[in-house]
Design a protein around this ligand. Sequence first.
Ligand code: SAH
Ligand code: SF4
Length: 406
Amino acid sequence: MPSSLAALADDASSTTPSTAEATTPRPASRRDRPTTLYDLTPAQLEEQVTALGEPAYRAAQVLNWTYDKRINSYGEMANIPASLRAKLTDTLPFATMVLERDAVTDNGDTAKMLYRTFDGQYVETVLMLYRDRATVCVSCQVGCAVGCAFCATGIGGLMRNLTAGEMVQQTVDAARRAGELGRPLTNLVMMGMGEPLQNYADTMRFIGIIHDPRAMNFGARRITISTSGIVPRIDALALEPYQVNLAVSLHAPNDELRSRLVPINRRYPVAELMAACDRYIAATGRRISFEYALMNGINNSDEIARELGRLLHGRLCHVNIIPFNPVEMLDFERPDPAGIERFAEILRSIGIPTTVRYSRGVEIAAACGQLRAQHEREQTAVQTAVQTAVQTAVQASPVIPLAHVS
Ligand code: SAH
Ligand code: SF4
C-alpha cells in the first residue's frame, strides 16, 4: 500500500513536492540500473563466483536455491558458506523490486502484483490459474511508447525499459506464488505493460535466462511474445533460437482504422506487417495468434469482420478476440455478448480459427497498465489532499509566507 498519510505529510512539510514529481519519480538511466542475481545467465554467475575465489559448483548451488527452491534472499541459501553469501550480498543484489500491492479476485484464481522498482517506478504482473494451466503475464517496460488509443499503459508514454532481471523476478515470484497454491507455473505471456519488441535485447536475455536448463528451465513453447507490430523485430525474432509463440496485436484490418488505434501502424502499415508475419511463419513453421481488442462502434461491424477474415484467410493463424476492458479516462466500450459472438462467428464462417478471451481480473484492473494507473491516481489524490492541507495550514498561519513552501 502507499505510504501512510502521516508519512506523506512529513515529506510534504519538508519539501512539498509537485504532484508530478511525487507520483512519477524520474526513471534511472540504463547505466544506473543495478545488475542483480536475476540478471545473470548461469555462465555469468559461474564467472562471478569463481572471480570471488570460490569453486564453480557453488554457482550451481546458488542457481538451485534461486530457481528450484525459489528462495527470497542469500540468507536462506543454507549450504552456501556465510563468507560467500556475504560477498554475494555486497557485489550482486538478490533482487531490486518490492511488492507494493497485491490483489486477488476470480475466487482466488487471478492475482495481480504491483511492484515498486528501485527507482520508484510501478510495474504490474498478473498470475492466472486455469483448470489445466497457470499463466503469468509479465511486463517488459514501465509505460509504453506506442500509445495505442485504448490502452492504459500507453497513456503516459514510456518511462523506461525493464531489465532482464526485473522480468525474471516477476516470473520467479509468480512461480513461487503458484507453487504455494500447489500449482506449477506452466505458461508465460508477455502481455503486461510495454512493447517487448521495443525492449528487444533485455526481453531476449530474459527468455534466455528462464529457458536455460540450469536456471528456470521454462519451455520456450510455453512462452508467448505479444507485439503491436514492430516489423524489423518480427524478422529478428524469427531467427532467434527459442521456439516461442508470437501474438500480433492487429485490432483492425485496414490502415485507416489501425493507424488510429495502434499508431505504430503509420510506420509499419498492415501490408508490411502481414508480409513480416508471412516471413515469420515461413521461417519458423509456427502459427501466429492475432489479438483483436473488440470495441463497440469502432472495429466490430460485420463488414470489418469480413474484411479481417479476407485479410487473414489462408494464413497459418488464430484470432483471439479480447472484448475491450474498460479503462478509466478512455471512452471505448465493450460490445454486448451477442455482438462479440457474432463477430467471432463471421470469422469462423470464413475459416479463421477464433477464440473469445475475456480478460481475467477486470475488477482488480488486471488489464494492461490499469493497476499502475489506478495506484498513481490514488497517490496523486492522497498527495493533493496533503498539499492542500499543508497549504491551508500555511495560509492560515500569519508567520510563514506561502512562498516558502511552494
Ligand atoms: N505491447 C504488446 C503487449 C502488451 S498488451 C502488444 O500491444 O501486443 C497485451 C494485449 O492487450 C495487446 O493485444 C493489447 O492490444 C491488449 N490491450 C491493451 N489494452 C486493452 C484493453 N483496454 N482492452 C482489451 N485489450 C487491451
Ligand atoms: Fe503499448 Fe501494447 Fe499498450 Fe499498445 S497495447 S500501448 S503497444 S502496451
